[in-house]
Ligand binder design. Structure first.
Ligand code: T46
Length: 136
């Protein structure tokens, strides 16, 4: 589903049978970019939010594999809070969106599929710099 802000909530179709569910993620099929990196966050603490940055070019799909958390997206004009609690939904975030992750539940595991390798120079970690960039 395409949202007003530059993100999309993607249904990750599961192949389910009596043994459980299987989800496959494939470049240029249900993932609209070449997958170059996968990372996951675990041992998260409800009182310790993460994120607080935007990316210049990187595209990512964030999936809550277990538990739940709140994803805050901010394009400099609007803010959205998305409660994620399903491994069958992904949030595709394109560039220049400020993101924060809050309220991790016990056992929350967050997986991210990224369009590029880790590169610190792609991060905007100051909200002031982000606001300046999106208002250009
Ligand atoms: C994002 C959200 C959802 C690496 O060395 N390699 C990596 O691939 C990543 C992602 C991070 N790092 C290093 C950089 C920092 O020294 O790991 C440390 C923690 O990273 P950071 O503080 O950026 O973690 P989060 O949870 O705030 O943000 C991460 C991603 O960095 C970011 O791209 O969108 O998850």
């Amino acid at each position: 589903m395409k949202e007003k802000m530059d993100y999309e909530i993607i249904d990750l179709n599961a192949i389910s049978d009596e043994r459980g569910a299987l989800v496959a993620l494939e470049s240029f099929k249900n993932v609209p970019f070449e997958i170059k990196r996968i990372y996951y966050l675990t041992n998260l603490k409800p009182e310790l939010p993460r994120g607080f940055h935007a990316h210049k070019k990187l595209q990512q799909i964030i999936v809550c594999m277990s538990g739940s958390f709140d994803l805050i997206l901010d394009d400099g004009k609007d803010k959205q809070i998305i409660h994620l609690d399903s491994p069958f939904k992904g949030v595709l975030i394109k560039s220049l969106i400020w993101r924060e992750m809050h309220n991790f539940s016990n056992g929350c595991v967050l997986m991210t599929i990224a369009s590029d390798f880790y590169d610190e120079s792609d991060y905007i970690r100051s909200y002031e710099d982000f606001k300046k960039l999106v208002s250009l």
